[in-house]
Design a binder for this molecule. Structure first.
Ligand code: ATP
Length: 369
């Protein structure tokens, strides 16, 4: 398998720049997700790495070799798309074998590799069936079979589960990650679904308007979001934001929000902006009798053992994920307490982080440590 190194990658379509200088390395064996909302440049980035789109500038290396201007078929990369383009007139076996036939591989070798791919994907029993009668999950397995049978250096997957219903998607997420591990593959995976990315990736690149806003393991991105955009995009419900005005200095461990003094991680830098935003995830909010920051319970959402309680303060709406056994009545006045070491502080204007949860912990850099 392969390491992929992308440097200063830019893609413009006329006046519009879809990818504005992407830098990242996908380590050999990593499951790497490009995550972001529709139109942020994920697919364009993937297509450049795969060789389906030429960059305006920048470079792409595959296993140390510069492939920036090489054609897709010279890169030894397999693509899997959302719409599994299977040949309806061929059975499963022939669909999987197709790339090997095109490459001129011998019959016995084709049979061996197709059967091995089918075993890996647990679709041996479907090999002689027509693809037209298959469920969408099985059709996507056949499409994956066609990708893995080539034994490529890397897999590029563009929303491969997007056409499946929710239940299948969940099963296929686990299957895909297991498949990646068994093959020792290097995978670049495009999705707009943060839950998919969080559950599968070693490393996530969160993209916004053509830029990578943050690169890190799912836990780093969740615990230490680099910007308001990332903090809002990741997590369900997303992080709560409390805007306030104040002056902060390096070393500060207290901020004052609506008259309430709130302890937080020590600030590393001063802010040249007085508009600030305190961020706290719902699971790090507690309801308390005594809290100086107060609000009114606006709604409760029962989730079994947990509940989401929505509280309206003077200037923000805060959601708390707390045990269902804790009483919370709509209309009640409650205090809010935040876990100090779990808070993030952002600049209001640029949205960049100033201090964040556990920020002195060394980055993990994904499952490879
Ligand atoms: P989606 O999931 O909706 O495809 P994405 O993050 O993958 O989103 P891209 O497909 O990379 O986004 O597109 C990024 C931007 O570039 C979009 O605004 C899109 O309209 C534009 N774009 C992509 N391809 C072209 C093209 N060939 N010509 C002009 N604009 C393009």
């Amino acid at each position: 398998m392969a390491e992929i190194r992308v440097q200063n990658l830019v893609k413009s379509f006329g006046d519009f720049t879809a990818v504005k200088g992407a830098n990242f390395t996908v380590r050999d064996g990593d499951f790497f997700c490009l995550l972001g909302p529709s139109g942020c440049g994920k697919t364009t980035t993937l297509r450049m790495v795969a060789g389906l789109e030429l960059p305006s500038s920048g470079s792409i290396q595959l296993d140390g070799e510069d492939v920036t201007f090489k054609r897709a078929r010279e890169r030894d990369i397999a693509m899997v798309f959302q719409l599994f383009a299977l040949y309806p007139h061929m059975n499963v076996r022939k669909n999987i074998a197709f790339p090997l036939v095109s490459m001129g591989v011998g019959r016995d070798e084709i049979r061996r590799r197709v059967e091995e791919a089918a075993r890996t994907l647990r679709i041996t029993h479907l090999l002689d069936k027509s693809v037209s009668g298959l469920s969408s999950g099985d059709r996507q397995r056949v499409a994956l079979g066609r990708a893995i049978v080539r034994e490529p250096k890397a897999f590029m997957m563009d929303e491969p589960l997007g056409a499946l219903d929710a239940e299948f998607r969940h099963i296929m997420c686990t299957d895909l990650r297991n498949l990646h591990d068994r093959l020792g593959a290097t995978t670049v995976y495009v999705t707009h679904d943060q839950l998919e990315a969080m559950s599968m990736a070693d490393v996530i690149a969160v993209m916004n308007e053509g830029r990578i806003e943050q690169l890190g393991s799912p836990q780093e991105i969740y615990d230490r979001p680099a910007s308001l955009f990332v903090a809002d995009f990741i997590g369900s419900p997303p992080m709560n934001f409390l805007p306030f005005e104040g002056q902060v200095a390096p070393g500060d461990t207290i901020v004052t929000v609506d008259g309430a003094r709130i302890a937080m991680p020590a600030l590393r830098e001063a802010s040249d902006e007085s508009e600030l935003v305190l961020g706290v995830r719902p699971e790090h909010v507690q309801l308390t009798e005594a809290g100086a920051l107060r609000g009114e319970v606006f709604g409760t959402e029962y989730l079994g053992t947990m509940q989401i309680v929505t509280v309206r303060t003077a200037r923000a709406t805060v959601k708390a994920r707390i045990a269902s056994s804790i009483p919370a009545r709509v209309g009640e006045n409650v205090g809010l307490a935040f876990a100090p070491e779990r808070l993030s502080l952002f600049r209001g204007g640029t949205g960049k982080v100033l201090a964040s949860a556990l920020h002195d912990v060394a980055p993990t850099g994904g499952r490879h440590g």
